[in-house]
Design a protein around this ligand. Structure first.
Ligand code: MEV
Length: 289
């Protein structure tokens, strides 16, 4: 029996634009997904295309138990965390000896297959290595860890990443002259933000711009915008949706002393909020229960 855990992630900047090779910045955050794998001839696990693909790719059979502290389908990278932790637990339980880079690549291939060819390696990279990461196409660069003061708001509106990615692809196909400049501008924001990582005020401004551009891309949701506006009114430097949009989560960057006020403002809009910070550790082995 082997138990491994992997962190969730938030996109600080650049979701959707990363699917088109533009830069994005993502960060591993504290809630984790725990996966226990045990050798067995009969496969026992929840029906999940991600977990099935992990076993197929490793060419083995076994049973799986998943214990997730991350809300699924909320934009916090739970499917990538499940995939990375499952691959790592299989790797350990079956003595496969794949390196973390290979685990990240396999997890990306699985996400891509399940998301019908359109995915960036962001979620799987961040979940495997932890920390703060700049993603550009298939290139990943670790950035110095930052102690951002963040609040995550979950709109509790269900969404589907593959569908949102599909929606942007069809907008881009129908109206390239409108869609491409929006994607370009999101990429430019990520690069500018990278030069101001220790200026929370400036990052807040960039988050506000990024949110507006995501709305223009068509991946916003009225409840997400409500949470974003409530956070800003409560004193956040800035706020934006995070992940695929259409529902799921938003993030707010705040002065430390205003974090609980911002979280309260989000919860007052019939949503859930939690305060979070960077998880510098990626996928890791846990003690078996
Ligand atoms: C989903 O968390 C982020 C997207 O950019 C898709 C991806 O990067 O694979 C929408």
């Amino acid at each position: 029996m082997a138990t491994w855990s992997a962190p969730g992630k938030i996109f600080l900047f650049g979701e959707h634009a990363v699917v088109y090779g533009k830069p994005g910045i993502a960060m591993a955050i504290k809630p984790r997904v725990f996966v226990t794998v045990r050798k067995s001839r009969v496969a026992h696990h929840a029906k999940s295309p991600y977990i099935d693909s992990c076993f197929d790719m490793m060419g083995v059979r076994g049973s799986v138990y998943v214990n997730s502290q991350l809300a699924s389908s909320s934009g916090l990278g739970s499917s990538a965390a499940v995939t990375v932790a499952t691959l790592s637990a299989i790797n350990d339980e079956f003595g496969k000896k794949h390196r973390p880079e290979e685990i990240a690549d396999m997890a990306f291939a699985i996400e891509k297959k399940v998301q019908k060819g359109r995915a960036s390696p962001t979620d799987t990279t961040v979940s495997t290595f932890g920390g703060l990461v700049l993603i550009t196409g298939t290139k990943r660069r670790r950035l110095p860890p930052q102690n951002f003061q963040l609040v995550v708001g979950n709109s509790l509106v269900q969404h589907n990443t593959a569908r949102m990615v599909e929606q942007v692809a069809s907008f881009r196909q129908k109206s390239p002259d409108i869609c491409n400049p929006i994607i370009e501008a999101i990429g430019a924001i990520s690069l500018s933000a990278m030069r101001h990582l220790n200026d929370a005020n400036k990052l807040g401004e960039y988050m506000n711009m990024n949110h507006a551009l995501l709305d223009a891309l068509g991946v916003g949701h009225p409840q997400l915008s409500r949470l974003v506006l409530a956070s800003r009114a409560a004193g956040a430097y800035g706020a934006k949706l995070t992940g695929a949009g259409g529902g799921g989560c938003m993030i707010a960057i705040c002065p430390k002393h205003l974090k609980s006020r911002v979280a309260g403002a989000i919860e007052a809009c019939d949503a859930r909020a939690f305060s979070t910070s960077i998880d510098t550790e990626g996928v890791r082995k846990e003690k078996d229960a």
